[in-house]
Design a protein around this ligand. Structure first.
Ligand code: 5GP
Length: 187
């Protein structure tokens, strides 16, 4: 079996991480592609499970070595990237890869894998709703929230470049819709 790639992209706070986590528990033979980042871990985040937390120097060395499928400075001074070794590791284990990456990264992976990949855009009902969700999550400072909102507004304009859009009005419904899409794609 050739592993398939399921890409979830969305503005921060749109609910994609929740959707991805739920799908991982649905017995779809999916495994999460653990990204590398130069940001520091939040409480409850684990190295190797949520991210590979690297110093900026370590990150740059991997860029130089050509270890990334894609990488980006998602926020100023903070880099995120998908390691080629993650896709190999998961596909070699006979599983499908699921990605939680930003919009540019998602389109970048789709471009490289074409028909082997399904690119799903998770859309929040509105920018106002997104602001409320980010505030309620309260893991970020006001300044960081403002930065994420500005980025979100820009990212929403990329939605129609994806294979499919899932509007997250209601998380349970969005998970069911996403599960159907993934199920059909890997069948
Ligand atoms: P957070 O800091 O909230 O975990 O993630 C911030 C943003 O970076 C999210 O939109 C997340 O999807 C994105 N991101 C996480 N990993 C990657 C990656 O490997 N590549 C890219 N391009 N973006 C990523």
């Amino acid at each position: 079996m050739k592993g398939k790639l399921i890409i979830f992209s969305a503005p921060s706070g749109a609910g994609k991480t929740t959707i991805v986590r739920q799908l991982l528990e649905r017995g779809l033979n999916l495994e999460f592609s653990v990204s590398a980042t130069s940001r520091s871990p939040r409480p409850n985040e684990l190295h190797g499970r949520d991210y590979y937390f690297l110093t900026i120097e370590e990150f740059k060395n991997k860029v130089e070595a050509g270890d990334f499928l894609e990488w980006e400075e998602v926020y100023s001074g903070i880099c995120y990237g998908t390691l080629k070794s993650e896709v190999d590791r998961i596909c070699d284990a006979g599983k499908h890869v699921i990605f939680d990456v930003d919009v540019i990264g998602g389109l970048n992976i789709k471009r490289q894998f074409e028909e082997q990949a399904l690119a799903i855009f998770v859309q929040p009902p509105s920018v106002e709703e997104l602001r409320t969700r980010l505030k309620n999550r309260s893991t970020e400072t006001e300044e960081k929230i403002a930065m994420r909102i500005a980025k979100a507004e820009h990212e929403l304009s990329f939605a129609d470049k994806f294979d499919v859009i899932v509007v997250n009005e209601n998380i349970e419904k969005a998970v069911i819709e996403a599960e159907k899409l993934v199920h059909n794609f890997i069948a």
